[in-house]
Write a protein that binds this ligand. Structure first.
Ligand code: ADP
Length: 260
């Protein structure tokens, strides 16, 4: 299913304004076809939410974009550059444009909060330590954790750890932020604060967001477009008012009925 107009520019392989593009992407784990000839694209600056039942392939898409796994068939393009198939050196360059926040935070436990945020800008982007620290302090202010610079992640609550993970992703100034069920591992009372922070980021930056979430209120608030997955395919897509208010597919209605 095509989610955005698919007129290719011969120079870049993407349509104008298109930041992410998947063409006929298939991913199998053994006999299990997890993504089945998937086509979709995301326009620059848009917020796209992936919803659907567990096991429908949503996280696999984020993992493909992070190059944590490779497709069996198809092509993936980011910002006009091939991410798959592509030579290793090019993949490294394209990967710099993508940040990801995981369900389980994945912070470096032996590094301070500040170092968690400065490590990749210094090591990967070659930023000076001073510049990286200044940027990290700005980001810690944004996420409300200026007083935790020197703390080790294990001393923080889950909500605070996830705020650090968000700051760490933003420190790389990515064009795209991938969010994989970022509140699923949090105690219920910490969920709202993290979602509010992400709402602020969505409102106040031009960063493109691709979110997998079970938080339907959040999806409704931030999304320009919602993609409903089932069995490795997009079965329906549209603006949140349509998907949540008047879905076309029975399967979407059934899914929303179970989670809302
Ligand atoms: P969702 O995010 O929609 O819950 P996933 O993308 O995580 O779905 O998983 C889709 C399917 O792929 C599931 O059936 C899952 O068991 C399978 N899967 C995901 N990762 C692996 C893996 N590393 N090895 C084998 N199967 C996997």
């Amino acid at each position: 299913m095509s989610v955005e107009p698919r007129t290719k520019s011969p120079a870049t392989g993407t349509a104008p304004g298109e930041l992410i593009r998947l063409d006929q992407v298939t991913k199998r784990f053994g006999a299990n076809t997890v993504l089945d000839h998937l086509d979709f694209s995301v326009q620059s600056g848009k917020h796209v939410t992936l919803i659907g039942p567990s096991g429908s392939g949503k996280t696999t898409i984020l993992r493909l974009l992070m190059t944590l796994t490779e497709p069996d068939e198809g092509t993936i393009t980011v910002d006009g550059e091939p991410l798959f198939p592509a030579p290793e050196k090019q993949v490294r360059e394209v990967r710099k444009k993508i940040g990801m926040v995981f369900q389980q935070f994945n912070l470096f436990p032996n590094m301070s909060v500040l170092r968690n945020i400065t490590e990749a800008p210094v090591q990967v982007l070659g930023m000076s330590k001073d510049e990286a620290e200044a940027r990290a302090r700005e980001l810690l202010e944004l996420v409300g954790l200026t007083d935790k610079c020197d703390a080790k992640p294990t001393r923080l609550s889950g909500g605070q750890q996830q705020r650090v993970a968000i700051a760490r992703a933003l420190a790389m100034r990515p064009k795209v932020l991938l969010l994989d069920e970022v509140t699923s591992a949090l105690d219920p009372e910490l969920v709202a604060g993290v979602l509010d922070l992400l709402r602020d980021i969505a409102r106040s930056t031009d960063i493109t967001m691709l979110c997998v979430t079970h938080e339907m209120g959040f999806a409704r608030d931030i999304s320009d477009q919602v993609l409903m997955f089932d069995g490795g395919r997009i079965i329906e897509s549209g603006p949140p008012e349509q998907i949540f208010g008047d879905p076309e597919q029975d399967r979407t209605r059934e899914f929303l009925g179970a989670v809302l």
